[in-house]
Design a binder for this molecule. Structure first.
Ligand code: FE2
Ligand code: FE2
Length: 286
């Protein structure tokens, strides 16, 4: 396992910019995007985690929040699906400069569901590079700031998650073959009292992701994002909630592809420590 520093972040704010639910005048959409504002060692940093499927609602939501992306350090893409990467072109056009884009080497690999529909990143690498994207694509964790690290590829060890909750395909030698979406990676922010873990769609399995995050950076305090339990059976949902408790997760923030059944199960277990995500909400971790 690659060594990461034991750095920590002092304060974190997560602004929800894209999600299926929205509060007030904010715009919802299918997809995820979070703005992270971090205070580390007396300096402030901004990072973006995913871009939603469309940039226009994200731009609208940013201005309604009174936020902008000046000084944005990097964007992290959780995986190649269009609902997480579709806003990237608009983001680069708005920034009009160079931006590190951190993700996995499979980012541009075709990905399909059947009946045939392309659900991968809707751009070519060159067109994004021409707009200023500087790709840093790694299977291993990437430490963006001391205490802020991507998980990279997540080992799939949980028996509970031996089957993926989505079947997708890619092309190999002109054939459609199953694609295990090894590009699915998450972002960890280490803080006193445990890490905050941000996930996109959790195709690697949310239990696998939390377990690996724990191995990489110690206890996980909160998990936020899409858990991809839509269509999961009772047993898997119950087992997931139990595994969260066993792994010491204290707060749960879900939305996107988590599914109502799983959200209800988490709410029942976590009470006021469970929150359903909504665009426009800001979560502060001191
Ligand atoms: Fe998604
Ligand atoms: Fe996805």
């Amino acid at each position: 396992m690659p060594a990461i520093s034991m750095g920590k972040v002092d304060e974190l704010e997560v602004h929800v910019l894209a999600e299926e639910h929205a509060s007030g005048m904010f715009w919802a959409q299918h997809g995820i995007s979070f703005l992270l504002k971090l205070d580390a060692g007396g300096r402030e940093y901004k990072l973006l985690f995913d871009t939603g499927n469309s940039w226009e609602p994200v731009r609208h939501n940013l201005s309604l929040l009174g936020e902008d992306l000046s000084g944005l350090k990097a964007v992290v893409l959780s995986h190649r699906h269009y609902d997480h990467t579709g806003g990237l072109r608009g983001l680069l056009e708005d920034l009009n400069g160079s931006l590190p884009v951190i993700s996995h080497p499979d980012l541009f690999r075709p990905n399909f569901v059947l009946p045939l529909r392309d659900i991968g990143i809707p751009y070519r690498r060159e067109e994004l590079e021409n707009l200023g994207a500087r790709f840093l694509l790694s299977r291993d964790p990437v430490e963006i700031l001391p205490g802020v690290v991507t998980t990279g590829e997540v080992p799939r060890t949980s028996e509970l998650e031996s089957r993926m909750t989505i079947e997708t395909y890619t092309l190999r030698d002109g054939r459609l073959v199953r694609d295990p979406l090894m590009d699915d990676n998450s972002l960890l922010v280490r803080m006193d009292g445990g890490s905050i873990l941000l996930t996109g769609c959790s195709h690697a399995g949310i239990v696998n992701i939390v377990r690996y995050a724990h191995e990489l950076a110690g206890p996980v305090r909160a998990v936020m994002g899409g858990f991809h339990l839509l269509g999961a059976g009772e047993e898997r949902i119950r087992g997931t909630v139990r595994a969260f408790r066993e792994m010491g997760v204290r707060e749960v923030y879900t939305g996107h592809c988590t599914g109502l059944k799983a959200e209800c199960a988490f709410m029942k277990e976590y009470g006021s420590d469970f929150k359903q995500l909504a665009v426009g909400r800001v979560y502060r971790f001191p």
